[in-house]
Design a protein around this ligand. Structure first.
Ligand code: UDP
Length: 311
């Protein structure tokens, strides 16, 4: 396949490019580089299978030649980034999805949307199943991301129903691994960066809120299986292993051997209290489930962060 990946220079996008190329496909990567970096894709430059175009996908995407699949992964993806780029976040979820879907329609390509567990907001159903409609505050600081992803899902479904585009929707839960930005503000890079400097780990709130962390190699395998499947309904992709943020902090201290204390800080507005994917649909429809343990995934991620810190 010749595949277009938007957000190719980001954390998930770049791992996806690696995976697609390892499966023998050719990738055209697009990114406007506001939160992504070409460091994440420079190793692909000589492969002959990858080309990169610096482009803001909220603007018309013109590409010559055939395209078999469009994967829309462009978006700021951490609460700190939404605060810094609220309008860009809304635009890439709305206008960017429109342009990416337009490209897929024009090229008769399949389309995959990187949606999010954030469509469930602060959930009243636990674990979250795909048929839950969510509990989102549209005007809160996270609303720019949550509502953009909800709109993007609605638009993808409208293109599917109206134009027959073969659309897929991945609802991605917390994912971590090498190439996360140490300053992106999410809990994994924050804790690892703090631990490697023996600084206190910043726990927001009482740390009893839960998350379920999926290692990036598991996630991209799930994305790939969804892409080549005939599924059009939304599918949760994430690791169901749920833990409190306090438990997660202790894990990071254990894996890094840090001498860090814990520092309790204010809980951000609308921070979801629980989050855990029900992955029954992915298991049933394309036999996917994560295989990398939190210890192993953290070891590999810490190794990456040590490398970055060491230059
Ligand atoms: N969090 C924390 N300390 C940090 C960063 C985040 O305790 O330094 C908490 C945050 O409040 C949330 C959880 O960790 O409850 C996961 O936050 P993240 O930003 O990684 O992603 P989210 O799942 O909230 O989108």
């Amino acid at each position: 396949m010749r595949v277009v990946v938007t957000g190719a220079a980001g954390f998930l996008g770049s791992h996806l490019c690696d995976h697609l190329i390892s499966k023998g496909h050719t990738v055209v990567g697009l990114d406007n580089l506001i939160t992504g970096t070409t460091r994440n894709i420079e190793h692909l430059a000589g492969s002959g299978k990858f080309s990169f175009i610096k482009h803001d996908v909220t603007e018309y995407i013109y590409l010559s030649g055939p395209v078999d699949a469009v994967l829309h992964f462009a978006s700021p993806a951490s609460p700190i980034d939404y605060l810094e780029y609220p309008i860009q976040t809304l635009k890439v979820g709305a206008l960017g999805t429109h342009k990416a879907l337009g490209l897929a329609k024009e090229k008769k390509a399949r389309f995959l949307l990187a949606s999010s567990s954030e469509v469930y907001g602060d959930p009243h159903v636990h674990p979250q199943t795909e048929d839950y409609w969510g509990n989102v505050n549209p005007i809160g600081p996270r609303g720019v991301y949550d509502e953009a992803k909800r709109f993007a899902e609605a638009l993808a479904f409208a293109y599917h129903r109206t134009h027959g585009v073969d659309t897929k929707i991945a609802r991605i839960f917390n994912t971590y691994g090498p190439r996360m930005r140490s300053g992106d503000g999410r809990v994994v890079p924050n804790f690892i960066t703090q631990a490697l400097e023996d600084k206190p780990l910043t726990i927001y709130g009482d740390g009893k809120q839960t998350r379920s962390f999926c290692f990036v190699s598991d996630l991209v395998e799930g994305i790939y299986r969804l892409l080549v499947s005939d599924v059009n309904d939304p599918v949760n992709l994430g690791n169901p292993h749920e833990m409190t943020i306090l438990e997660f902090a202790r894990k990071v201290i254990e894996v890094t051997g840090a001498k860090s204390d814990l520092l309790f800080e204010k809980l951000p507005v609308d921070d979801p209290k629980v989050r855990q994917p029900d992955i029954g649909r992915a298991k049933r429809l394309f036999d996917w489930e994560p295989v990398v343990s939190i210890e192993e995934g953290l070891r590999r991620t810490v190794e990456y962060f040590r490398g970055v810190a060491g230059g």
